[in-house]
Design a protein around this ligand. Structure first.
Ligand code: ATP
Length: 451
């Protein structure tokens, strides 16, 4: 994990937020390469979940919403994590996480009393992650919603407006708008990518758990009788998504939720074998009609679907797929990170799926002499409308190859002095390190085959 964090910083993927001011806990910035990777992850998701589907439409709802939405959804009353404090060093931890460390799965929906019982029963075994002592205060529920002062000019804390804690509420409350404007028929889905905010207690493990993050969520609306059939279909499709991103099968598994909330039919998480253990990457949940019913009750507006042929009117059930951009990035980075022995050297190479790499091609003139820079620029101009290219003239060619390996660039194109005579360049493959001469006027064709 340390190596990945280091690579992310030195190669411009991820920086700590507000670093020159000493940092800001649990918030990160994406650097020039990180934003490319994040965009590629989001593009892959949007393509599979919206563009390649006739039955799913997109949405971009706002971060600020009526506070009543969060009351209806149960977040104001119940969106909380159990918090305990180490009596020795005052480090705060999530009780469910401490229990997980010793192999006990506490469900997020347990009451404070249930969690405290587990905490007491295991008091001697649980250790503070900071000082290693086993002396904790009783668990207290801590609400995760982040409050803002939007529109509050009096300075009091009444009726706060929240930053959204999840993107899907924006989908539920737009159900009628989408049905009326798009004439969609059940089954259909609404997909959204956007920021969410949570006052996470323990924000460790780099970009795995942050207080500001992006979700990729899709809510699939189905007839009540079809919920489990579609649920099982979506489970399969969502696992396939990660396999298609190139993640090793052995590093992915399903985790079943044992203690379901009363309305849920079934809930599984896709877990990835992160360097710090198996952890949730995505949730796939059969949520029944809870969400639409809650918003119907609280808003007074019916959120129903009418089958025009049979005239049957009903509240659709929902199959939800809910993934995180940063967790997907971390999973693909961890999965792609490879160290290889080359002679006496260790080569670090990110064997990322070509669709995800920040750059597809690096163009490297062998020297800084104008006679090489000019044809190298011509090649950049030839390729840049199709592929995100890097153009690098610093340091030796060997160092530049290594740097491109570290950021996952699949191909390097080297322009050398022979190029001036034979109008060919050397193309180097990231994974095999094999090099071949390719005519400049054949480069577009060559890469269109490679990609
Ligand atoms: P966890 O149990 O790890 O806190 P969760 O069950 O609360 O996660 P969900 O509410 O199901 O997560 O959110 C769906 C997805 O959003 C998660 O699978 C994850 O990929 C992402 N996500 C949730 N919380 C965070 C966070 N604090 N930082 C980064 N990504 C997050």
């Amino acid at each position: 994990m340390d190596k990945i964090v280091q690579l992310c910083k030195t190669r411009g993927f991820v920086f700590s937020s507000s670093e020159i001011y000493g940092g800001f806990a649990a918030v990160y910035d994406y650097g020039p390469l990180g934003v490319e990777l994040a965009n590629n992850v989001k593009r892959a998701w949007w393509k599979t979940m919206v563009q390649e589907r006739e039955d799913i439409v997109g949405l971009d709802s706002s971060i600020f919403m009526s506070p009543r939405i969060w009351e209806a959804s149960g977040h104001v009353g119940g969106f909380s994590d159990p918090l305990t404090e180490c009596k020795k060093c005052h480090t705060r931890s999530r009780v469910d996480h401490l229990l997980e460390e010793i192999g006990i799965m506490a469900d997020e929906k347990m009451t404070e009393a249930q969690i405290n019982k587990l905490l007491d029963e295991n008091a001697k075994k649980i250790k503070c992650p900071k000082c290693g002592k086993s002396d904790f205060s009783p668990a207290k529920s801590f609400n995760l919603l982040v409050k803002s002062n939007l529109g509050n000019f009096t300075g009091d804390d009444e009726d706060p407006v929240y930053l959204r804690g999840e993107t899907c509420q924006g989908i539920y409350v737009n159900f009628n708008n989408v049905v009326d404007s798009m004439h969609v028929k059940i089954p259909f889905g609404i997909a959204q990518i956007g920021k969410a905010f949570r006052n996470e207690i323990t924000a460790r493990q780099f970009i795995f758990r942050t207080r500001e993050f992006e979700q990729m969520e899709m809510q699939y609306f189905v007839h009540p009788n079809d919920e489990m059939r579609f649920y099982n279909e979506w489970k399969e499709k969502r696992m396939q998504f990660y396999l298609d991103l190139g993640i090793n099968k052995e590093n992915l598994k399903w985790h079943k939720h044992e203690n379901l909330v009363f309305y849920a039919k079934e809930a599984y998480d896709i877990e990835y074998n992160f360097p710090f253990g198996w952890k949730e990457l995505e949730g796939v949940h059969a949520r029944g009609d809870y969400d639409l019913t809650q918003h119907s009750i609280h808003s007074g507006q019916k959120l129903e679907f009418m089958n025009q042929e049979t005239k049957e009117k009903y509240t659709p059930h929902i199959v939800e797929t809910s993934a995180g951009v940063a967790r997907t990035m971390l999973a693909v980075l961890a999965d792609a990170y490879t160290e290889e022995k080359v002679g006496d050297d260790i080569r670090v190479v990110l064997k990322l799926n070509k669709d995800l790499t920040p750059f597809k091609i690096a163009i490297l003139p062998l020297s800084k002499k104008e006679e090489l820079i000019k044809p190298a620029h011509d090649i950049l101009n030839l390729l840049k409308s199709k592929y995100n290219c890097d153009f690098d003239i610093t340091q030796s060619i060997g160092k530049r190859y290594r740097r491109q390996d570290e950021i996952g660039t699949p191909y390097c194109v080297t322009v050398d002095f022979d190029t001036l005579d034979d109008k060919k360049v050397t193309v180097r493959d990231r994974d095999t390190m094999k090099q071949e001469r390719v005519a400049i006027d054949k480069l577009e064709e060559y890469f269109s085959e490679k990609f």
